[in-house]
Structure formats: structure tokens, C-alpha cells
Design a protein around this ligand. Structure first.
Ligand code: MN
Length: 325
């Protein structure tokens, strides 16, 4: 492994520069039934991986203790949400009129576009809730697209001690039929005990491997549970080693670097402070922009107060020096 380098733009690590470890922080989601999630994106060191702009990892939570998930109607704009579960079941309703059940191994992709609202409630039969909630930033030319909701059950691909489920993009010979607005990859990878698996990857993509369970060595760098290993562009392969006696599980995300600077605040992705102020104003005014969710027995979630300072657009800072082997 070479020492860390940055390209002339100061943004991307050089090919083969190694793996940057992004550690999670605990975030209480709030409300009367507060769930705590482990957030690895965004953070100071990194705003995006491809167009992936938000990674929340939760559970396994005993629903009898945590109360499960009960998220009242709330809006989104400028992004897509990806719900992927390892266990449990979530009932989804949105202002398109979608009514769906999110189950383990099944992609549920909601496109907020100009505006959508939705609810997420774990079902009464759920005893353990465990999964990830991911967001994808929409590029400028599509960020005001119409609302959409897609469901897809990827097949299982078996490769060198790994079972891979590709929910977006292409990996290990499988391609998701669900379209994306920028080149993207999203997949679940389960590794047998002590498996070593080498995956062919697109060198134009940067990648993030979120370890759910077990310890996985990613291109030589050990990652613990809930850590996100980031690799820059320029790599044609990625090697995962499960160093434990039990199966290990991870979620791999990737995409071409997202060059636009974004503003993320609450449930909104925009390009400017003014975009966020306007989205917030329209949610508070119950505007048609976000529509109405039918069938949820409760009130909408009010937007929090805006910060005093203007929200500044963010891109990706240079990777910290010395973080790579
Ligand atoms: Mn949401």
C-alpha cells in the first residue's frame, strides 16, 4: 500500500491509497418511541460516497424493549430513500398512495423528487428490528423529478464463499432492474466463516463497505461491526476476508463521485439555504408539494426550527492525511 495521496483537485485518494475507516456515531431518532441508530454518513470526513449521502444502521433491536419503529408523516425532497432489512418488517405508506411492506432481502426505493411524504411503522409481528436506511442524492437535472416507489427482490448470487444480493447497479454478474439517476451500486454481502472473496468493481466508482455483523478485512484493513470502510476510485477489485468463525454480513454501496455540492438539513437535500427554507415553509404550510399520507393514525412531524446561521453547501473534504496504510 502506498502512502495517502490526493489528486490535483485535492478530493479523491489516489488509486490503491487504501481504506479510510469511518466510525459511526449514535443518533437518537427522537419521538416517544426513540430508536437509536448508528450513522456513518454524512460526517466531517465525508459527505457522500457516489450519490449515497446518508447511511443509518440500526439493531438488532428487541422491539419489546425499544418499542420498534413508528415514524409519523414526514417529507423528503431532492433524494431517494432505500430501506433494506436484515430482520423484522416495516409497513410503508406514502403520498403517492403506495402501501408496501419492507421485508428482509427486499429493496424498497422511494424517490422523493420535488416532494413526497411517508410513514414507516414496524409491524405487530416484528420482534427484532435490524437493517439500514440509506439516502441517495438526486443530481441537479433530476432533483425535481416526480415521486416514485419501487420494490425489487434480488436473487442470491453465490461467489467464493459469499452470498450477494444486488439491489442497485451491477456486481458479481447480477444487475438490478431498478433504474438510478447516477451510476450507483448497492448490495448485501454475506460471507461464510473465514471466506476470502474478491469482487470485480468499476474503477470509476468509489465504494463504502458497512459491516453489519462480524469482522471483515477490506483490502487489508480490518473493519469492525458498524464501521464503514471507504475506498476511492481507480480500483478494479475489492477483497473481503471474514476473519471470524461465524458468518459476516455487510452492505456495499458505491458510485461515481458526486461532484455537486449539496445542503442536507432534516429530511431535505437541496443546493442552497434558500432551497431548504422553501421546502420547510411548504411542509409547514401543508402544501401539495409533499402530498398527503392516507391511513396513518396520527399527526405529521413538524419541521424543526432552522439554525440561526445560513446552511452552507458541502462537498467532500479531502481525505485526512495519514488515515491510509
Ligand atoms: Mn423518511
Amino acid at each position: 500500500m502506498s502512502p495517502a495521496h490526493t489528486d490535483p483537485a485535492g478530493r479523491e485518494p489516489a488509486p490503491g491509497a487504501g481504506v479510510e475507516i469511518l466510525t459511526p456515531r449514535d443518533v437518537p431518532l427522537g419521538g416517544p418511541r426513540a430508536m437509536t441508530v448508528r450513522r456513518t454518513l454524512p460526517q466531517r470526513a465525508r459527505t457522500l460516497i457516489g450519490a449515497w449521502c446518508f447511511i443509518d444502521h440500526y439493531g438488532p433491536d428487541d422491539v419489546a424493549e425499544s418499542g420498534g419503529m413508528d415514524v409519523a408523516p414526514h417529507p423528503h425532497t431532492g433524494l431517494q430513500t432505500v430501506s433494506w432489512l436484515f430482520s423484522g418488517e416495516i409497513e410503508h405508506r406514502d403520498s403517492l398512495g403506495s402501501h408496501a411492506f419492507v421485508r428482509p432481502g427486499e429493496l424498497n426505493l422511494m424517490t422523493g423528487g420535488h416532494g413526497i411524504s411517508h410513514t414507516e411503522v414496524s409491524t405487530p409481528g416484528t420482534t427484532t428490528l435490524h437493517g439500514v436506511q440509506l439516502w441517495v442524492a438526486l443530481p441537479e437535472e433530476h432533483r425535481n423529478t416526480g415521486r416514485d416507489f419501487r420494490h425489487h427482490v434480488p436473487g442470491a448470487v453465490h461467489l467464493d464463499g459469499a452470498v450477494i444480493r444486488v439491489f442497485l447497479g451491477s456486481l458479481a454478474g447480477d444487475t438490478s432492474p431498478v433504474p438510478a439517476f447516477t451510476p450507483l451500486l448497492g448490495a448485501e454481502i454475506v460471507l461464510e466463516p473465514h471466506a476470502t472473496t474478491t469482487l470485480g468493481i468499476d474503477p470509476a466508482f468509489e465504494h463504502g463497505l458497512l459491516v453489519d455483523r462480524g469482522r471483515i478485512r477490506l483490502d487489508g484493513t480490518p473493519l469492525r461491526g458498524s464501521e464503514l470502510g471507504y475506498t476511492g476510485t481507480g480500483n478494479r477489485t475489492m477483497t473481503l476476508v471474514n476473519e471470524t468463525d461465524a458468518p459476516a454480513r455487510a452492505v456495499l454501496v458505491g458510485g461515481t463521485p458526486f461532484e455537486e455540492r449539496i445542503v442536507m438539513w432534516w429530511n431535505f437535500v437541496g443546493r442552497s439555504h434558500e432551497d431548504i427554507v422553501e421546502a420547510r415553509r411548504e411542509w409547514e404550510a401543508s402544501s401539495d408539494r409533499f402530498g398527503h399520507v392516507e391511513g396513518y393514525p396520527g399527526d405529521r412531524i413538524p419541521a424543526p426550527a432552522l439554525p440561526n446561521a445560513a446552511l452552507a453547501p458541502r462537498g467532500n473534504p479531502s481525505p485526512p492525511k495519514g488515515s491510509t496504510p
